[in-house]
Design a protein around this ligand. Structure first.
Ligand code: NAP
Length: 539
């Protein structure tokens, strides 16, 4: 890098340290290298892939269509890779990310099985000291935090957890060895996106499956199927245009919301639209009408449609009733996409247990106890989610300018400027974090947008001889207020979801993602850059 000021500090090991080698870390490394920055990636897993490395539970599959859920930065890559299914399963996505790592020769700068445990900013040199669990310390000018938003897996905290004599797993940290359900009484705790995918698969071979459901969730059929050769050819013919168009939408994928209101059409028209979306499959159901996520009455119509579906699919009316979500509006917790989820409850070997009514009290050596019954189990699968959006960063001991701890800065609720920077934490850039729309959009596209923006920022700093960038407190405060204002226009804050941190005891209730849509967000980012990074200060 010669003598440019960005790399001038004598003791810098890397200009950029990237935390995480998932979708975000891999692309960040590729970009940093392309721009001539020395970069190094730390990854806790013993392979690349991030989310798709850890979440290898049975049934794990993406709920964004595979032609969308992939990188767009290389036309050759998107032409050469062929997806086999409409919704790719975890092994295929992991294979894709490994293919990317090989194709772009990324592995030589990725240090596996190494967790970053601390990052400390030094005001005098405007650099970060990054420390790993192996005791290594390196100095870098910039930290790009690509550690994931659904990567800090929750640990079950039931009393007696370790007394269990059978096998137990978390969907979010699934082992690499084969897990056999045959001949076993299996319990699954949790009915979010992960549980809803695992339950039908485990039910196929388990001797008996007990599903411990606390909150009934809305799920729509994914309608997964193979991608035909012709479809792939057609799509690839216009891949660039597809991507361009996708970036103009709120979701960053080719999903087009019906612009009409659910309350302003006839019941027949409404049901026809819901039916078409249900049959079409996938979370595009939420786009059936424009106001499903911000009008309670409209939402209730959609919710009622799904409840009617449940009552038709599930044969036992009592079980059907238990499965019907009533406590939150549809889509305010992530809408699940399933393959035979509700049908699974018609199997003789599946029992639904309502742990809202009778909570889990403790884990026993041979099973699980609720306030009502003891269940004998050979295996327990916890599908209980993540310390979403903040957990991955807060598990690192981050100390910013003047010795401020990130944990303190975020004590009353996580806050960022544009989801990209944090006041008091110079030269730390975030990917798909708090205040970003990424978790409500097509993640790979959101990641590419964030990293392209960060790349432009670092390049401009190099060009201008700047060595320190930091979000101002005012800009951060304004963004926090904007994130809240946007959320308040919707039904999202009414649910006890991970979007507000409600799934983690003691976590401050703050609305975490930006719900204003990907396209609007990307435009705002462009405006910030065009105004010489307004809201950031430099040295
Ligand atoms: P989640 O949505 O947070 O669901 C966790 C489940 O565990 C909920 O049903 C929760 O019940 C239950 N639970 C937690 N603690 C419990 C307790 N003490 N007792 C009983 N039940 C308990 O987690 P997730 O399913 O892993 O999904 C997280 C996110 O990852 C999703 O929202 C999605 O964004 C992403 N994801 C995507 C896909 C996909 O693309 N298809 C697949 C998996 C995950 P309550 O609702 O009552 O808290």
């Amino acid at each position: 890098m010669g003598t440019d000021p960005v790399s001038e500090a004598q003791d810098i090991d890397y200009e950029v340290v990237i935390v995480g080698a998932g979708f975000a870390g891999l692309y960040a490394l590729h970009e940093m290298r392309r721009l001539g920055f020395s970069a190094h990636v730390y990854e806790a897993g013993d392979g690349v892939g991030g989310t798709w490395y850890w979440n290898r539970y049975p049934g794990a599959r993406c709920d964004v269509e595979s032609m969308d859920y992939s990188y767009s930065f290389s036309e050759e890559l998107q032409q050469d890779w062929t997806w086999s299914e409409r919704y790719a399963a975890q092994p295929e996505i992991l294979a894709y990310l490994n293919f990317v790592a090989d194709r772009f020769d990324l592995r030589r700068d990725i240090q596996l099985e190494t967790r970053v445990v601390a990052a400390t900013f030094d005001d005098a040199s405007n650099t970060w000291l990054v420390t790993t669990d192996g005791g290594e310390s390196v100095r870098t000018r910039f930290c790009v935090m690509a550690a994931g938003c659904l990567s800090a897996a929750r640990m079950p905290d039931f009393p007696g957890l370790s007394s269990f004599e059978g096998e137990w797993y978390r969907t979010s940290m699934w082992p690499r060895h084969p897990v056999e359900f045959r001949g076993k009484r299996v319990g699954i705790v949790g009915t979010g996106s992960s549980g809803v995918q695992a339950i039908p698969v485990v039910a196929q071979t388990a001797d008996h499956l007990y599903v411990f459901q606390r909150t009934a969730n809305y799920s729509v059929p994914a309608r997964n199927r193979p991608v035909t050769a012709q479809e792939a050819v057609d799509w690839k013919l216009d891949y660039r245009d597809h991507r361009r168009l996708a970036r103009t939408t709120p979701s960053a994928m080719l999903r087009f919301p019906n612009p009409r209101s659910a309350t302003q059409v006839s019941p027949e028209e409404r049901d026809a639209e819901f039916e078409a979306r249900w049959e079409g499959g996938g979370p595009g159901f939420i786009a059936a009408f424009a106001d499903l996520l911000d009008n309670r009455e409209a939402n209730e119509l959609a919710a009622d449609f799904v409840r009617r579906k449940i009552s038709r699919i599930v044969e036992d009316p009592e079980v059907a009733k238990e499965l019907m979500p009533t406590t939150h509006p549809l889509g305010t917790k992530r809408l699940c996409a399933d393959t035979n989820y509700y049908q699974t409850y018609n199997r003789d070997n599946v029992t639904l247990v309502n742990v809202q009514k009778n909570p889990i009290v403790e884990i026993l050596p041979k099973g699980l106890r609720t306030t009502e019954t003891d269940y004998e189990l050979d295996m327990i699968v916890y599908a209980i989610g993540f310390d979403a959006m903040t957990g991955a960063l807060l598990r690192i001991d981050v100390t910013g300018a003047g010795g401020t701890k990130l944990a303190d800065h975020w004590a009353a609720g996580a806050r960022t400027y544009m989801g990209l920077g944090i006041a008091g934490f110079p030269n730390m850039l975030l990917v798909a974090s708090v205040g970003s729309p990424a978790v409500l959009a097509n993640m790979p596209t959101a990641i590419e947008q964030h990293i392209d923006w960060i790349s432009d920022l670092l390049t401009s700093m190099r060009d201008k001889g700047r060595v320190r960038v930091e979000a101002t407190s005012e800009a951060e405060e304004e963004w926090v207020q904007r994130v809240n204002r946007e959320a308040a226009k919707t039904l999202y804050p009414t649910a006890n979801s991970w979007y507000v941190g409600a799934n983690i005891e003691g976590k401050p209730r703050v609305f975490l993602p930006f719900v204003g849509g990907f396209a609007r967000y990307a435009k705002l980012c462009d405006n910030v850059a065009a105004r010489d990074y307004a809201g950031f200060m430099f040295a």
